[in-house]
Design a protein around this ligand. Structure first.
Ligand code: MLT
Length: 320
């Protein structure tokens, strides 16, 4: 009896490892927890294209939007851990969500195999093109005087655009009406057409609309200006030095995905970030690439723990 249980256990281990050695044999599904065309989708599609070449199988992006990204991440976390479902998480889904969702169905620090950081995405304060202000100070003055009239777009509770505007609004002392979207891709369309007044969003979604003059950018929440938008002042230059925040997008697999598969995915992501074309596309959009020391699953796992610990008290205080 004992022999047959051992034999069975050995067979299971061998099957898992043989499966990992031949991975991938079919397309891989990458869940993006927001609408197509927004920042997470943009970063995901850029890195997935190059990773697909390295892996020899297509990574197919699936947009599963809802509840500030937590619907898609919950589904991905509960998928079979066989390497054929992975996800693009971010500072909201894996940093802010525990503070804002008391019944969150996943624990960002325990329920995933981290694959690696894909790109940092600095936050900008942007408004519709005819917003009656020409700089951040005037914008803040207008928001304070018209708090009951203005509205702010975001991509659902806990999304980056929500959490970073909670901070912005609480620092300047306003509580505007919030308009939730399935992602800042569709929110940006409404900002361009003037349906909503302002938002706090990730740079990769915004560069072309800012350059085209279809929206106004008041400040970028970084210590230095972005080479992708050299005319946009930093929050420090614009008079709000305490508001600095850069979001991030990172690839995860469900917990218990075999180690060899996690390694294959991490190496493919690392290679993508070293590829001149992939790098160039991310940089042109204002993305900040992880250094070599910030690559891989171990670094990301430790970073997520720090992010949850950092954001939980800040967001609980700012949402009071
Ligand atoms: C998106 O892709 O729509 C965004 O990452 C949403 C957000 O977190 O603000």
């Amino acid at each position: 009896m004992r022999t047959s249980i051992l034999a069975l256990a050995a067979a299971v281990v061998l099957t898992g490892s043989a499966q990992a050695q031949t991975y991938p044999q079919r397309p891989i599904n990458m869940i993006v927890p927001f609408a197509a065309g927004g920042p997470t989708d943009i970063v995901a599609r850029i890195v997935a294209e190059n990773m697909s070449k390295t892996l020899g199988q297509q990574i197919v992006v699936e947009n599963v939007a809802g509840a500030g990204g937590t619907t898609g991440i919950t589904r991905a976390a509960q998928s079979k851990p066989d390497g054929y479902t992975i996800m693009m998480g971010h500072m909201g889904t894996h940093g802010a969500a525990p503070a804002l969702y008391p019944n969150l169905k996943y624990d960002p620090t325990k329920d995933f195999e981290p694959i690696g950081m894909a790109a940092g995405t600095p936050i900008l304060i942007v408004a519709k093109k005819d917003f009656p202000a020409n700089n951040l100070k005037e914008m803040i003055a207008y928001l304070k005087a018209n708090s009951d009239k203005v509205n702010q777009a975001h991509a659902g509770i806990g999304a980056v655009s929500h959490m970073t505007c909670i901070l912005f609004n609480s620092q300047i002392g306003v509580k505007p009406a919030a308009v939730p979207y399935s992602g800042t891709g569709p929110a940006l369309n409404d900002l361009v057409s003037g349906q909503v007044d302002y938002m706090c969003d990730q740079i990769v979604n915004l560069v072309s609309q800012i350059k085209a003059g279809s929206i106004k950018a008041f400040a970028i929440a970084m210590p230095e200006r972005s080479p992708a938008l050299p005319d946009v002042p930093t929050t420090k230059e614009a008079g709000m030095p305490d508001y600095e925040v850069t979001a991030w997008n990172a690839v995860f697999a469900p917990k218990d995905t075999p180690k060899e598969i996690v390694t294959a995915l991490s190496s493919a992501l690392d290679k993508a970030l070293d590829d001149a074309g992939t790098k160039g596309r991310l940089l042109d959009l204002g993305g900040v690439l992880p250094t070599k020391a910030e690559r891989g699953g171990d670094w990301l796992g430790a970073f997520v723990k720090k992010e949850v610990a950092r954001w939980t008290p800040v967001l609980k205080e700012a949402s009071k």
